[in-house]
Ligand binder design. Structure first.
Ligand code: NAP
Length: 327
């Protein structure tokens, strides 16, 4: 028997409860993992509160990422005792996820824990940190260099935003952190932000072209904030768009693209190819100041997940939230 947070639908509402399950209840897969940690991402918040259509088959176990130890495996690449990371691939959505002491998964979805990285660090990074790294790679591939000028990160006090600020600052970029929480200014400066910009200012309606301010942008918010970020991006700049915390719509014009050569690069972490994931995890291992993660993260239990799911949807969670699952 093992313990898991189970979601069900009752009278059209998503409800959650900690349950004891048998291993035979787990979905099909070729690697059985003893989960140590999962983490709380915005998408998990949508799933647990039922505020977004993340899960369509109930009962279900949420948790879009996890780290743990292989118990048994029919995949030659993974032997018992190996430590593995899982992010994305529809786990915690279509396939039972990480908020469970056991997970049965496909070997194709797993990445070995990088040497020198602890399980705890891996989940403090989690899907959000991986996505932040993929965004940084997108800026680098767009040719954005530290001496090109200021880089903007939106939703900066959130999970993706916090890790993005820390990664960019470590690489010598000057970072403006856009946040709706003035109270998090000190925290963002500690992560390496040089300037703070208010969400209010970023959400104000923008003209097709505004004053050129950013050599690059990592946007986790979408909607009006992304429209303004595009209008304020300097000639030849790159905008990496990965999120929709402010809404999925985007009303903009072609002007930044055809007059300023701006590149809008989408970033996906869910079905991102394995080689790209491994590259990103290696870069996280070598580039991220892991000491900062203590500041970025907080640890909760499975029992606290419903409370924190509400908070992340309300935009009240700072940085990363680690979920301790196993002993
Ligand atoms: N593409 C992918 O593969 C991928 C992977 C991971 C996450 N994501 C997406 O990226 C986004 C961030 O994820 P996360 O896990 O970092 O979530 P998070 O921790 O909740 O951070 C989101 C941040 O966005 C800001 N925000 C919230 N509501 C807002 C609003 N109405 N208007 C403007 N800003 C708002 C807040 O930052 P401030 O308090 O600093 O303003 C909040 O902390 C989500 O939309 C998520 O779905 C995408």
């Amino acid at each position: 028997m093992f313990k898991a947070l189970v979601l069900d639908k009752v009278d059209g509402k998503t409800v959650s409860a900690i349950q004891e399950l048998e291993e035979s209840a787990l979905p099909e897969g070729d690697v059985l993992v003893e989960v140590s940690y999962s983490s709380l991402n915005y998408k998990d918040g949508l799933a647990v509160t039922g505020k977004g259509p993340i899960i369509n088959k109930f009962p279900a176990i949420p948790g879009i990422d996890l780290v743990g130890r292989v118990i048994s495996s029919e995949d030659d690449r993974f032997q018992p005792g190996m430590h593995v990371i899982l992010t994305g691939w529809g786990v915690g959505e279509r396939h039972w996820g990480g908020m469970s002491e056991r997970a049965r998964l496909k070997g194709d979805w797993l990445v070995p824990l990088p040497a020198g990285m602890s399980e705890k660090d891996a989940m403090l990074i989690g899907t959000a940190g991986l996505t932040a790294m993929l965004c940084v790679l997108a800026l680098e591939e767009g040719g954005v260099r530290p001496d090109d000028g200021e880089v903007l990160v939106t939703g900066a006090a959130g999970g993706v935003g916090s890790v993005a600020v820390a990664l960019l600052a470590k690489h010598g970029y000057r970072v403006t952190a856009a946040t709706g929480r003035e109270s998090e200014s000190d925290y963002l400066h500690r992560l390496g932000a040089t300037h703070i910009r208010s969400r209010e200012e970023m959400s104000a309606p923008s003209k097709p072209l505004e004053k050129q301010l950013w050599s690059g942008v990592i946007d986790t918010v979408g909607s009006k904030v992304l429209a303004r970020a595009l209008a304020e991006t300097s000639y030849g700049g790159t905008v990496a768009a990965c999120g929709l915390a402010g809404g999925p719509e985007l009303e903009t014009s072609v002007m930044p693209f055809i007059l300023r050569n701006v590149r809008l690069q989408g970033v996906d972490s869910v079905v991102c190819p394995t080689a790209r994931r491994e590259q990103a995890w290696q870069r996280l291992q070598s580039d991220l100041d892991l000491a900062l993660l203590g500041d970025v993260g907080q640890e909760i239990t499975l029992e606290q997940v419903p409370e924190y799911a509400q908070k992340i949807i309300r935009g009240e969670v700072r940085g990363r939230t680690l979920i301790k699952v196993g002993e």
